[in-house]
Design a protein around this ligand. Structure first.
Ligand code: SF4
Length: 697
């Protein structure tokens, strides 16, 4: 290992963990091209004081969570499974094998026999070519990614209300708000640097209401914490709208000039009094009234939300109900006023923008539009008829089709559905049915272990490209070191596969890929590597090389023209508690880890947080005869896991919580596969469970 004084180069790049999009410098020691030892290595991270989002701030993951880059588990050569065991092979053989199997499946069953999962961890350029590979090479719209599990309901809900399913304001606007409403977001653990901006605002005296079943760090610091019952969100949001209308607090001029559908909302919330919502949400009527008044009367108010809102069977309606509040009060399209879904992974916004969704090409251009299909077909050198006309399968639908046998092959890039998707025993069963599963990854994840062929990919430190953060800012990812082993960047793997399947891309590097993206995607029309290198990150829409980008959306008009109210109605969670399963299970994230732990658990963070536990209220524990540290069997109708229990007053009685980071306590064996009918997002935040004491392993 090098020492700080050995650092030869610093390379400015963007964090590969959460969607906040912090910038920092990777510190590199060693010599380029030298063999081991002596080759270049990333030994640390230095703050970049001019980072547009974070300045000098970094959280523990960005600062200390990057040693996975050089972890011995990194995949270095392609792997092919022979007689149940992986055998290393050359790239030539691996690509030829995949091409041969894919060609045979395409000839026998057509393009829709394939499913492709793109990656919210990969760059825009990677995702764009995964999208092109699925549609123009394989001939299917069966492409999706983990946005289906986090903000698919935002994309659907906000697009219906505003015309654009993204954060409306820049992160810097937190400092300009007079009132902050945070609902269903454990911001301090999931978006730590962004949470610091909220905490700083609270420290300066900005009122902040946090609505969450748990007393998170942000909830503890907030002016008010409303400990909502899991699943009560839509009742509460409709009651807030009811109070705003009933008490004459709505912004009539804004409603008349800039919105449509007000009567629909008025009718839908007419009976949603605070007294009606109180027992559902577990929040007193007077507190609901007071919250509505404070939000409506603020000069500039912002709402922030994440998966507590979206991961419900009413996820898209929950999002529409949030949009209703902004439209009622005119808290949108202004400095410090807006609706802000905080995107989870580093590039989940970008993966959506790049068309890693079954119904849209890059830039949310519908696959059903013949003119759009003709444009992409022309650019990609295929006939319009080669591009599928109908939206493809979501990830859940792909797995269902794999189980039933109609989907024959999948290409999974940097995703780990075996741990991240609900009811994961069924996920394993589906993947095992496939004739050909190809995984592209940096480690042999639980999903990659099931593959027939595994192709080793580069980490963010070994490639060029861009990530788009939660505020729609397209930022550069820069190569600091040579690829580890024989790993290749995802964009190149896609190009190699496309060439082997007879439809080469002819794009020599990620800058050329971005140039093609800009030509075909109006909202990225003015984005180029050269411009970002010169001027810094750009918030889309950025329509031309002269366009300055758009930090704030919907200023004079909504993307869809007028803002649209939606009358949406409360539905209880799909699975109610009962005598057999008397507690509510909710899942989420921890500060020290990320997603399925493939990266963060191969860093020093693992020594700080090596094991998962179940959070439980002391009252519930007493009723089960449990004390702090006991091991328990946590079970639902779908499975059971064992883990230790930690007692805490910060969780609502009747509710238990754990994260999905740990394969040893794979909580998604337990979660429910019921989905929102619009966005097809699963109800990961609520299901019925029981807890019983067991002997430690
Ligand atoms: Fe990385 Fe997010 Fe932490 Fe910033 S807040 S350093 S982007 S994980």
């Amino acid at each position: 290992k090098g020492r700080p004084w050995d650092v030869r180069r610093k390379v400015r790049t963007t964090c590969p963990y959460c969607g906040t999009g912090c910038n920092f410098d990777l510190e590199v020691v060693g010599r380029p091209g030298a063999g081991e030892p002596g080759r270049e290595e990333v030994i640390g991270v230095a703050s970049a004081s001019d980072g547009p989002v974070n300045g000098r701030h970094l959280c523990v993951k960005g600062r200390f969570g990057l040693s996975f880059i050089h972890h011995p588990d990194r995949l270095r050569r392609p792997l092919v499974k022979k007689e149940g065991r992986f055998v290393e092979t050359s790239w030539e053989e691996a690509i030829a094998l995949v091409a041969e199997r894919f060609q045979a499946i395409r000839a026998d069953h057509g393009g829709d026999a394939f499913g492709v999962l793109a990656s919210a961890k990969a760059t825009n350029e990677d995702n764009y070519l995964i999208n092109r590979f699925a549609r123009a090479v394989l001939g299917t719209n069966n492409i999706d990614h983990c946005a289906r599990l986090c903000h698919a309901s935002t994309v659907a809900g906000l697009a219906a209300a505003f015309g654009s399913g993204a954060m409306t304001n820049p992160i810097g606007d937190i400092a300009k708000s007079d009132f902050l409403l945070v609902i269903g977001s454990n911001t301090t653990e999931s978006h730590p640097v962004l949470a610091q901006k909220l905490l700083q605002a609270i420290g300066r005296g900005t009122p902040c209401v946090v609505i969450d079943p748990r007393q998170t760090e942000l909830a503890a610091a907030a002016t008010n914490h409303l400990a909502i019952r899991p699943g009560g969100d839509l009742a509460l949001l409709n009651a807030l709208a009811h109070v705003i209308i009933a008490e004459g607090l709505s912004n009539q001029a804004f409603i008349e000039e800039r919105t449509e559908g007000f009567a629909e909302l008025q009718a839908a919330v007419a009976d949603c009094t605070p007294e009606w919502a109180a027992p559902i949400a577990g929040i007193a009527p007077e507190v609901i009234r007071e919250t509505a008044r404070r939000y409506a009367k603020a000069e500039r108010a912002s709402i922030f939300y994440t998966m507590g809102i979206t991961q419900k069977r009413t996820g898209s309606h929950n999002v529409m109900a949030i949009a209703n509040l902004a439209l009622l009060t005119g808290h949108i399209g202004k400095e410090g006023s807006g609706v802000n879904p905080l995107r989870g992974q580093n590039n989940v916004q970008g993966a959506c923008d790049m068309g890693a969704l079954p119904n849209v090409f890059p830039g949310y251009q519908p696959v059903t539009d013949p003119a759009v299909r003709a444009k992409f077909a022309g650019a990609w050198g295929v006939a319009s008829a080669d591009l599928a006309e109908q939206p493809g399968f979501t990830v859940g639908e792909m797995l269902e089709a794999a189980r039933s046998g109609s989907l024959k092959a999948m290409l999974i890039v940097g995703e780990n559905p075996v741990l991240s998707d609900p009811d994961s025993s069924h996920v394993v069963e589906a993947l095992q049915q496939l004739e050909c599963l190809v995984a592209v990854d940096i480690f042999l994840s639980e999903t990659a272990q099931l593959a027939h062929v595994v192709l080793p990919a580069c980490t963010f430190a070994e490639k060029e490209g861009t990530f788009t953060n939660t505020e729609r800012r397209v930022q550069r990812v820069r190569q600091a070191i040579e690829p580890i082993g024989e790993s290749r960047p995802d964009w190149r793997i896609m190009a190699d596969l496309a060439a082997a399947l007879g439809r080469p891309f002819d794009l020599e590097d990620p800058a050329a890929v971005m140039a093609e993206i800009a030509r075909l995607t109006p909202s990225y029309g003015g984005v180029s590597h050269e411009r970002i290198d010169r001027d810094g990150g750009l918030c889309w829409p950025c329509l031309s090389p002269e366009h300055p980008g758009t930090p704030r959306l919907h200023v004079d008009r909504f993307t869809r023209g007028k803002g649209r109210f939606h009358g949406v109605h409360y539905l209880p969670p799909a699975e109610a508690t009962d005598g057999d399963y008397p507690l509510v299970l909710s899942t989420g994230r921890r500060l020290f880890h990320y997603h399925t732990g493939t990266m963060s658990r191969r860093t020093g963070l693992e020594t700080i947080y090596p094991e998962e536990h179940l959070e439980m209220h002391p009252g519930d524990a007493a009723a089960c005869g449990l004390v702090d540290g006991d091991w328990v069997c946590l079970s639902t109708r779908r499975g059971a896991i064992a883990l230790p229990v930690r007692l805490t007053e910060s969780i609502l009685a009747g509710t238990v919580f754990t994260s999905f980071h740990f394969a040893e306590a794979a909580v998604n064996k337990l979660t429910i596969g019921v989905v929102d009918p619009v966005a097809k997002i699963p109800e990961l935040k609520v299901c019925a469970c029981r807890v019983e004491r067991v002997e430690p392993p």
